[in-house]
Design a binder for this molecule. Sequence first.
Ligand code: UDP
Length: 400
Amino acid sequence: MEMEAQGQRYRHKRVVLVPCPFQGHITPMLQLGTILYSKGFSITVIHTHFNSPNTSTHPEFKFHSIPDGLSHDDILSGNAVAIITLLNFNCRATFHECLVQMMKQHHPRDEIVCVIYDEFMYFSEAAANRLKLQSIILRTSSATTQISREVLLKLIKEGYTPLRDPRLQDPVSGLYPLRFKDLPIAKSGMSENYLRLITDTHNVRKSSAVIWNTMNCIEQSSLAQVQQECQVPIFPIGPLHKFAPSSSSSLLKEDTSCISWLNNQAPNSVIYISLGSIASMDKKELEEMAWGLVNSKQPFLWVIRPGSTTNAPQGIELLPEGIKEAVGKNGCIVKWAPQKEVLAHVAVGGFWSHCGWNSTLESIGEGVPMICRPNFGDQTVNASAAMNFKEGLQNRAYNL
Ligand code: UDP
């Protein structure tokens, strides 16, 4: 074991983490790394050039960047399904080579005990397996999402046509209150790539376990169902953000000025609005949201991410005049907020959310009621499931 320079603690062996390069995936992976580090493991993060994590917020980890072969156009397309598909093809060899180099150079006490990879980065399993390393999958969306993806695949085989099926408003059998229209469809639509991706993601291959960022108290029946169908043990150890609270892994710079603004607001008065790191809206929706906020006369804190509005690099340039006045009076707009801190703030009384899984867990964790505005993928599933959480957790959710 390796002696730590400052803490005089002995480190166990090394765990290699392979995050999928999107915010909602990087965050839980680095949180898991923080937890494992606190238990004495050394951590190496192997990541793509694209969306590489901010290494300075985790000085205790080692980071290795591997070439990902993505072109400027691939990245500009914003098509997450296409990007992940390419990564699984392009990174296979470079990841294998990176592991080989690490194994050649390591000190006997620093040997790699395990590779933990995001469910979407399944190329990692092949390399780990070839090098006789154990591998474990980290699932970063809900167990209910996994079941609904399986249902979707089955329905597609039976000839189901998403968006046009007459049953869109009907509940899906066994998944109440999930409706057909809530089944997880990619932002880019129902492509061959998407169907292959969700099929490949569910295959555990030779991995020895699944770590899941979820909890039995909200997903007991879904977890029981997926465990029944899974050949390896599943460990629902979430919500990871509650066990690794201090580390930030934001790809965008957090604007902490909104916390000073919240400090001047009455308890439970502010509605916080964020649509996460990928969802986008058009000019019309942005304007409707703006007028809704102004007319509500509630104080609001609104995250408008650069690129979140079609045809507007910053987004805010499309806001109508009226909202600009309201911002001066009772609103605050930022490009990226320290969300966990915001949701924990006493002034925040509601969260208008796109229902990404991390945001959903963070909101439930603070008991903040949600107005759900899901967009695509697992967001529609989470919004529907959030209606079920309200019983046990006093978390109220209203699905728009
Ligand atoms: N987030 C943040 N600041 C913001 C908006 C989002 O820190 O202004 C974080 C949020 O706390 C969450 C993550 O970004 O951990 C978004 O992940 P999620 O799964 O909710 O949605 P996605 O971005 O994957 O759609």
